[in-house]
Design a protein around this ligand. Structure first.
Ligand code: ADP
Length: 586
């Protein structure tokens, strides 16, 4: 995992903040600086007013005192106005930047190799990056850094200079009170980092268990199975695990914060004591005493805000921001392109493949040649690797060893979107988009304007028989209707047919259609895809029978190949499977 230095993250995040918010980020910082300068001017004039009041001896000074008081008042009003503008700019910049960071994030996800999405650690990282965006951490972190480097630094330097000129020991007392607090915050950042790492997987689990209870997709089955208590217990356990870890860290942090507050209190008391001594010794005027006395409590609350609030937020958001950049810096898939040579077909040469979370190879040395224009059926027992092989043929995953050439392009070296442009596919778990019927089909080719006629044709070809208009919303959640599983599967097939393709893959999307109907659909499908390469994954062999060639897989290998007649004559795995299914069709 890439390690990032604090300075590196601060530089990168603030640079991007300025780049995205442009002039508004500069205005926001100018407001901060202006506010710090106003504060120090106000402080000096307060001292001046007190000195005037103390040395008051005749009527003529009244006017002077009133003017000075008015000036202090104007400064305070300006301070409030500037602070309001600054707060407005901060949220404006944060919101607009959040959208821009979100776009960067989504584009990045589109460029990361699909296989990473099978890795639990990567999913955790995505989850954290999403949280970072949702909580606006990127904007908060940058504006916090700029605030600390700008407003607070200027304020501290100017106040230090003012106090030093007044009475030098005061500066050291104030520093003594705050340096330990700052060190404490750095330790807090470490705790926050640790906490984030420790709880991310429990948070993901908790999120999932919550979904199984309340999500529309799950709740019917969960209730029917009586699984509510089961999932509720799991949810509770993962929440308890998160709370336990939080509590351990919170306890340590509480002790730390208590110590810091005691140090700050001792610092404030010592500063006030020093002030009293200096005034009694007439080293500072009574006016200076009064103004510094007022300013000290303001300064301490400002410092408190800096240490307890700003640095605290800084610590928490730093962890999220570092994680976000870790994801943004992940290696991207190749962006090479090449000529698509359809006639070359698809070639698999000694292909091995392993999922990131699996110890064993799922595909173990596959050799195959898929000829252009033919229909293939991929059959085999569950878990034999059919779906995995199909994903590799489409170029979604790259082989661990060996090579796949899709229409003359090596899938390991070519840009994903370029590879996918020639293919269309329906997977087992295809999406039910909560959109209209026609949009559900059009989604496969949104690069071109919607073609209602072609959508109708695709729906006819896929045997979608329900008489509803294209605009009909397919989602009860959006005041529309729901389809049966079989109808949804036909919509998904229409979606695949509507997209221009040279290769079309159906990975068992027809399980909800009865076997006889499936055979009919596949027979028609073969005619529909004439001159195109088609690959059908199915465990129902009556459908496979019509394919030009049947590929039989077992335990990650191709064990038999040939036509139905050839494989039956072979009397091997296929023949055995066929005999066990024969009764479905008689
Ligand atoms: P089939 O399509 O023949 O049923 P699959 O290709 O779906 O087989 O799965 C082959 C093997 O790969 C199975 O043992 C399965 O457990 C494993 N597998 C599939 N998907 C993943 C995944 N995302 N992560 C880890 N292992 C997986």
């Amino acid at each position: 995992m890439t390690e990032y230095s604090l300075i590196g993250i601060i530089y990168r995040n603030t640079y991007e903040y300025f780049k995205k918010a442009k002039i508004w980020a500069i205005v926001e910082q100018c407001m901060s600086l202006f506010q710090a300068v106003l504060w120090i001017i106000g402080l000096q004039f307060t001292q001046h007013v007190f000195d005037l009041v103390v040395s008051y001896h005749n009527q003529s000074m009244i006017q002077n005192i009133v003017y000075s008081l008015m000036f202090v008042g104007i400064i305070k009003v300006c301070e409030e106005i500037v602070s309001g503008i600054k707060r407005y700019l901060l949220s404006k910049n944060s919101y607009s930047n959040m959208g821009k960071f979100m776009v960067d994030f989504q584009q990045k996800l589109g460029k990361i190799e699909a296989i990473h999405f099978e890795h639990s650690q990567f999913l955790d990282r995505i989850n954290r990056a999403k949280e970072c965006l949702e909580y606006e951490s990127l904007g908060h972190f940058a504006s916090n850094c700029l605030h600390i480097l700008g407003y607070y630094s200027i304020l501290i330097v100017l106040t230090g200079w003012y106090l030093y000129n007044l009475y030098p020991p005061l500066v050291f007392i104030v520093l003594f009170a705050f340096i330990p607090s700052c060190i404490g915050r750095v330790l807090q950042i470490k705790y926050a980092n640790h906490l984030e790492e420790m709880t991310v997987s429990s948070r993901r689990q908790a999120h999932y268990y919550k979904k199984t209870i309340v999500d529309r997709q799950y709740f019917k089955e969960t209730r029917l199975l009586g699984g509510f208590h089961f999932f509720h217990t799991l949810y509770k356990q993962s929440i308890e695990a998160i709370v336990r870890t939080h509590w351990k860290c919170e306890k340590k942090l509480f002790i730390l914060q208590l110590t810091l507050s005691i140090v700050a209190f001792i610092g404030l008391s010592a500063a006030v004591g020093l002030l009293v001594v200096a005034t009694l010794d007439q080293e500072i005027s009574i006016g200076a005493f009064a103004s510094v006395f007022v300013a000290l409590s303001q300064l301490f609350s400002l410092m408190d805000e800096l240490v307890m609030n700003k640095l605290d937020q800084f610590g928490e958001t730093y962890v999220q921001v570092a994680n976000f950049y870790r994801l943004m810096d992940m290696e991207e898939a190749s962006n090479q392109k090449g000529d698509i040579l359809v006639d070359k077909g698809i070639e698999a040469n000694g292909v091995f493949f392993k999922y990131p979370d699996n110890k064993n190879m799922t595909l173990k040395g596959i050799h195959a040649h898929i000829e252009t224009g033919k229909t293939y059926a991929l059959v085999g027992e569950n878990g034999s690797g059919k779906s995995t092989f199909v994903r590799l043929l489409l170029g979604l995953y790259a082989p661990k060893h060996g090579q796949i050439n899709l229409f003359g392009l090596d899938t390991s070296c070519v840009l994903g979107s370029h590879l996918y442009s020639s293919s269309s596919a329906v997977f087992q778990h295809f999406q039910h988009y909560q959109m209209s019927l026609q949009d559900n089909v059009w989604i496969s080719k949104t690069t071109a304007d919607i073609n209602v006629q072609n959508i109708k044709k695709a729906l006819e070809k896929s045997q979608f028989k329900r008489k509803i208009s294209g605009e009909c919303m397919l989602s009860p959640e959006f005041s529309g209707i729901d389809l049966s599983k079989g109808e949804w599967q036909r919509v998904a097939i229409a979606r695949a047919l509507y997209r221009e393709h040279e290769l079309i893959v159906l990975d068992e999307p027809t399980s909800a259609i009865d076997p006889i109907e499936e055979v009919r659909l596949f027979y028609q499908f073969k005619n529909m895809t004439k001159n195109k390469t088609a690959l059908i994954v199915t465990h129902r062999l009556a459908s496979a029978k019509y394919a030009d060639e049947i590929i039989v897989m077992s335990k990650g290998k191709i064990v038999e190949k040939g036509t139905h007649q050839q494989l039956m004559a072979l009397n091997g795995v296929y023949c055995h499977m066929w005999k066990s299914q024969e009764h479905w069709y008689v």
